[in-house]
Ligand binder design. Structure first.
Ligand code: FMN
Length: 265
């Protein structure tokens, strides 16, 4: 990934500012769509805590989320600043007042249904799908209550799927594996501009798969690089990808051990 020249940088920023959410006239007053389309990842929070009943209804949204075979193959670690500090020895990322660690849980159902465990990749994929949908339900429920959030690959320690560390720290049984952490709070300041989203025509096809045009992808990448630089002058999108890749090997190994263990051993 190469750095941008000044013209590409300006064009990239302009592309971001130009990106709009499309809400048809007939749905302008639709409150659900308004919530869904205005949600953005927020990384600056007020100190103010979330009222207990509001936090509870966010969890309720996860509880009733749709899931394959109604397996509910997730478990949520819920934290406030005190319990997070006690557990992980530091503050919740971005100093948010609440955090929910979303984990896949195939341990619980294995107590009563063992058959799926013969197909560990399928079982794992189902759990990830189910847990991710529950996570998004929490994001949207929160947003509808005026509570902002951001999903993080962060899992308590250094920021990227520290599955082995968490297994020990939280006494996770085999079959319980971290997926992501969502931090919640009331937003401070204005949200950032929407990061570049591909047009509907590029993320859909009818009849047969359609390649996304390379120039469109290059434009998207330039917007990502320009937006990241404008957001954090001392960092870059290239560095962020590098940080992910550096940790991916350890994450992969840990997940492998957690997911593809032999329950008979
Ligand atoms: C599984 C997942 C992991 C993410 N991890 C991080 C993260 O570690 N740090 C971060 O700042 N944002 C993280 N995000 C938020 C994305 O960066 C964000 O959703 C994306 O840039 C799109 O922006 P938007 O949510 O405002 O539409 C993550 C999102 C998802 C769904």
């Amino acid at each position: 990934m190469k750095a941008l020249n000044p013209v590409e940088f300006i064009k990239g920023l302009y592309g971001i500012i130009d990106g709009k959410v499309h809400l048809p006239e007939s749905q302008k007053e639709n409150p659900v769509l308004q919530v869904l389309l205005r949600r953005r990842s927020v990384r600056k929070f007020k100190k103010e805590d979330i009222p207990e009943d509001v936090f509870r209804v966010i969890l309720e949204a996860a509880r009733v989320a749709p899931c394959a075979i109604n397996l509910q193959s997730w478990v949520l670690g819920i934290y406030n600043q005190d319990t997070w500090k006690k557990t992980f020895g530091r503050s919740i990322p971005f100093d948010a007042p609440r955090a929910v660690m979303v984990m896949g849980d195939i341990h619980r159902t294995r107590g009563v249904i063992n058959e799926i465990s013969h197909y560990p990749l399928v079982e794992y994929t189902l759990a990830v799908m189910n847990a991710s949908i529950a996570a998004y339900a929490m994001n949207i429920a929160a947003e509808s209550c005026g509570v902002a959030s951001v999903m993080l690959s962060e899992t308590g320690k250094s920021g990227f799927y520290d599955a082995k560390y968490l297994k020990k720290k939280l006494n996770l049984p085999d079959g319980v594996f971290p997926i992501l952490t969502i931090v919640f709070g009331f937003p401070k300041g204005k949200p950032l501009a929407m990061p570049p989203k591909l047009p509907i025509e590029e993320i859909t096809f009818s009849e047969k798969y359609k390649e996304t045009d390379r120039d469109t992808m290059k434009e998207w990448l330039n917007q990502m690089i320009a937006g990241y630089r404008a957001w954090r002058i001392t960092d870059s999108f290239q560095n962020q990808v590098k940080r992910y890749v550096e940790r991916a090997g350890a994450a992969e190994e840990n997940l492998n051990r957690l997911v593809f263990y032999n329950p008979e051993e």
